[in-house]
Write a protein that binds this ligand. Structure first.
Ligand SMILES: [Zn+2]
Ligand SMILES: [Zn+2]
Length: 332
């Protein structure tokens, strides 16, 4: 099969032939139809994670067609692939915190992912969806919708009528705007790039400002915002969102960069009673709910461009240059 392989950190992916993978017990073969490319792929390919094995086929926002027999599903079934593979028995699995399971081997992070014609995934990670949903949206849902879904629904528990400030209007942030809206919240966004701000307004933010203009968001929120959703993974983004929060507000963080420190004023945290949950992708149930939200049209991930596998390095370049509005999708 054709596949894009990372052989050395910092080097371009090599597109070439690999043997077709064979599913083991409890696994399924998926013919890949779409893979979302996200900021995490830049971290993986640059070697930001010490756990990444080489060589590896990256790609974790995967959707395609089932290509091997699996109980309860016919070959050809359209499926999205949940990223994590929690053991089901450890402390975190028992608590429903699937993404914290230390035994989990993630698709495209710890085992081969979707930037290939075929991928092998745990059969229980297959999330079926119907004809009406394009593959590219189902793939993107596995991270760019699942992550903000968990952050806003489970971790920050956003309620109708609350104000939510989204930091970073990229793939995660734009989904975050729509999820917050679907929960009945009013939404503002912060992003340094004008075209990103325009998109945030297009998908439902009442206003979108640059990080040096947060006073306008504070004024919009009255006493300050109830909830911040940090998706930029930058210090400016974090501090800008924090600056808009009311005392007693919650700031849920989805963006990150290994080694990046935010520098939070301890008095602001304590005297302002800020709740500060981190949020990591989502459980299998979160992914299922996120996929359903996309299928029902509550969230519509933005896809800027579709590229063939041969142009996967161009997709990564576009993202690195910050030229991406929403998501770039590779279709092997
Ligand atoms: Zn991703
Ligand atoms: Zn576990």
């Amino acid at each position: 099969m054709r596949a894009a392989v990372l052989r050395r950190f910092g080097a371009p992916l090599e597109v070439g032939e690999l043997p077709d993978p064979t599913p083991g017990p409890g696994e399924a073969l998926v013919r890949v139809r779409a893979v979302g490319i996200c900021g995490t792929d830049l971290k993986i390919t640059s070697g930001a994670f010490s756990t990444t094995p080489l060589p590896i086929v990256p790609g974790h926002e995967v959707a395609g067609e089932l290509a091997s027999p699996v109980e309860g599903m016919a070959p050809g079934q359209r499926v999205a692939c949940y990223v994590y593979d929690p053991c089901g028995t450890c402390l975190w699995c028992r608590l429903g915190q699937d993404t914290l399971c230390p035994a989990s081997r993630r698709i495209g992070f710890d085992r081969d992912g979707g930037l290939a014609e075929y991928v092998v995934v745990p059969a229980r990670n297959l999330l079926p969806f119907g004809e009406g949903l394009p593959f590219e949206l189902a793939g993107v849902a596995m991270d760019a919708v699942t992550a903000p879904w968990r952050a806003l629904v489970r971790r920050a528990a956003v309620r109708a009528g609350e104000t939510v400030v989204v930091g970073g209007a990229g793939g995660l942030g734009l989904s975050g705007v729509q999820i917050a809206r679907s929960l009945g919240a009013r939404v503002a966004a912060i992003d340094p790039v004008a075209s990103h701000r325009d998109l945030a307004v297009e998908v439902g933010a009442e206003l979108a400002v640059a990080p040096d203009d947060v006073d306008r968001v504070r004024a919009w929120a009255g006493e300050g915002a109830d909830v911040g959703f940090e998706a930029s993974g930058s210090r400016e983004g974090f501090l800008a969102v924090l600056a808009t929060l009311r005392p007693g507000g919650r700031l849920v963080c989805c963006g990150y960069r290994p080694g990046l420190e935010y520098g939070l004023d301890s008095a602001r945290l304590v005297l302002g009673e800020i709740t500060l949950p981190g949020s990591r992708n989502g459980s299998r149930e979160d992914a299922r709910a996120a996929l359903r939200a996309v299928e029902e049209g509550k969230v519509r991930p933005r896809v800027m461009e579709r590229l063939p596998l041969a142009e996967v390095n161009r997709a990564l370049e576009l993202l690195r240059a910050g030229d991406v509005r929403g998501r770039v999708v590779v279709c092997p």
